[in-house]
Design a protein around this ligand. Structure first.
Ligand code: NAD
Ligand code: TYD
Length: 358
C-alpha cells in the first residue's frame, strides 16, 4: 500500500478540486477520478497537469471494473468520495441521476472496496486503508431551533438529501457488516473558489456581474450555516489521518445566515469592488421568485465532536471568506466564461414567477 497515495472521486468538482489541490500541496499523490458531468470541470485541476504527484482518470464511480483496476494498480491509502449529483433543484427536476450516482455509485465503490480490502486479507495487515465518504447535513432535514448532532435522526426532504442519506446508510451498513474502515462526514453549505454557479453564492455573484435579476426563493428568510471550502478540506484531511472507522463527524462553519442577508452582503461587496455603471446598488436586482418545493427552512449543526476529537475548527469567518470568494470570481472571469457555456440556455435557479415573498 502506498502511504501517501489516495484516490479522490469527483475531484474535478467544487469541493473535490479544492481537496485535490489541498492534498497535493501537502505532499500526497492524488489520483483524481471524475465522470466530468456538467458540474465537473477538467480545468479545475489542470494546473496540476504534468505534476508527478497527480493523475486524472475520466470515469464513473458506477464502473466497478474501473474501480477494481484502480485499487489493484495503486493500492491507495484511501478513497475519498466527493462524486455526486449535488444540486437540490436539479434533483427536483430529474432525480434519476441522483439515484444512479449517489446511491448505486456508492454501492459500487463499497463493493469494490470490500473485494479489495477484505477478500485480499488487507483487513489483517497493519495498513490503514480508509474510505472517507463526504456527505451533507441535509440528511438530517430541517430544524426549527437548536442544532443537529451526529446522533440526530435522518429525515431528508429533497431527492438529493434522500439519495445522500441512502448512501450514508449503505456506508454505515458496509462498515458494520463487512468491516470496511469507512468514515462519514456531514458538512454544512460550502462556499469558495471553483463552485459551479448554480449554488446560491456563486449564482448571485455571476448573475450580479451580468446585470441579471437575483432570484430569492420565497421570502429569503431560510437559514444555512456556511463553511469556507478550504476549512472543509482541512477538516477532511484531518479526519483522514485521525478519524476512527465507523464514526461520523459533523463539519460546520459556525456562520448561520438568512439567504437574504447573504445576498445583500454579496451585493454590498460588489458595490465597493465593481460598482455598476448605472451607479445603482446591486440589491436593486434582487427579485423574490416562487419558492422551492419542500424547501428546508433552517440547517444548523453542532461541530463539537470534530473539534474535541480531531482538533479541527473553522479558520475563516464569514465576512473574510465571502470577501475572498467574491474576489476570486472577479479575478477568474475566464473560468466563469468556460462554465457559463455549461449552464447558459438552461434554467438557473427557480426564476420565472415573482413569488409571494417580501
Ligand atoms: P459538485 O457538483 O461541484 O461536483 C461533483 C463532482 O462529481 C463533479 O466533478 C462531477 O463531474 C463528479 N461526478 C458526478 N457523478 C459522477 C460519477 N458517477 N462518477 C464520478 N464522478 C462523478 O459537488 P460539490 O459541491 O463539490 O460536492 C461534493 C460532495 O460534497 C458531494 O458528495 C456533496 O453531496 C457533498 N457536499 C457538498 C456541500 C456543498 O455545499 N457543496 C456540502 C456538504 C456536502
Ligand atoms: P443552494 O446553494 O442550492 O444549497 P442548498 O439548497 O443545498 O442549501 O441554496 C442555498 C439556499 O439558497 C437555499 O435555501 C435555497 C436558496 N436559493 C435561492 O434563494 N435562490 C437561488 O437561486 C438558489 C440557487 C438558492
Amino acid at each position: 500500500m502506498s502511504d501517501r497515495k489516495i484516490i479522490v472521486t469527483g475531484g474535478a468538482g467544487f469541493i473535490g478540486a479544492n481537496f485535490v489541490h489541498h492534498m497535493v500541496g501537502r505532499g500526497w499523490h492524488v489520483i483524481t477520478l471524475d465522470a466530468l458531468t456538467y458540474a465537473g470541470n477538467r480545468a479545475n485541476v489542470a494546473s496540476l497537469d504534468g505534476d508527478p504527484q497527480h493523475s486524472f482518470i475520466h470515469g464513473s464511480i458506477t464502473d466497478g471494473a474501473l474501480i477494481d483496476t484502480l485499487l489493484a494498480e495503486h493500492s491507495p491509502r484511501a478513497i475519498v468520495n466527493f462524486a455526486a449529483e449535488s444540486h437540490v433543484d436539479r434533483s427536483i427536476d430529474g432525480p434519476k441521476d441522483f439515484i444512479d450516482t449517489n446511491i448505486v455509485g456508492v454501492y459500487t465503490l463499497l463493493e469494490s472496496i470490500r473485494a479489495y480490502y477484505i477478500e485480499s486479507a488487507r483487513a489483517n495487515s497493519e495498513t490503514a486503508f480508509r474510505f472517507l465518504h463526504v456527505s451533507t447535513d441535509e440528511v438530517y432535514g430541517s430544524i426549527e431551533t437548536g442544532e443537529f448532532t451526529e446522533n440526530s435522526p435522518y429525515s431528508p426532504n429533497s431527492p438529493y438529501a434522500a439519495s445522500k442519506a441512502s448512501a450514508d446508510h449503505l456506508v454505515h451498513a458496509w462498515q458494520k457488516t463487512f468491516g470496511i474502515p469507512a468514515i462519514v462526514t456531514n458538512c454544512t453549505n460550502n462556499y469558495g473558489p471553483f463552485q459551479f454557479p448554480e449554488k446560491l453564492i456563486p449564482l448571485m455573484i455571476t448573475k450580479a456581474l451580468a446585470e441579471q435579476p437575483l432570484p430569492i426563493y420565497g421570502n429569503g428568510l431560510q437559514v444555512r450555516d456556511w463553511v469556507h471550502v478550504e476549512d472543509h478540506c482541512r477538516a477532511l484531511s484531518m479526519v483522514l489521518e485521525h478519524g476512527i472507522p465507523g464514526e461520523t463527524y459533523i463539519v460546520g462553519g459556525n456562520a448561520s445566515r438568512q439567504n437574504l442577508e447573504v445576498v445583500r452582503h454579496i451585493c454590498d461587496i460588489l458595490d465597493r469592488l465593481r460598482p455598476r455603471t448605472s451607479g445603482k446598488p446591486y440589491t436593486e436586482l434582487i427579485e423574490h421568485v416562487t419558492d422551492r418545493p419542500a424547501h428546508d427552512t433552517r440547517y444548523a449543526v453542532d461541530s463539537a465532536k470534530i473539534q474535541a476529537e480531531i482538533g479541527w475548527r473553522p479558520e475563516y469567518d464569514f465576512k473574510s471568506g465571502i470577501e475572498q470568494t467574491v474576489n476570486w470570481y472577479l479575478d477568474n472571469e475566464d473560468w466563469i466564461d468556460v462554465v457559463r457555456e455549461k449552464y447558459d440556455g438552461r434554467r438557473l435557479g427557480r426564476t420565472g414567477h415573482r413569488g409571494s415573498g417580501t
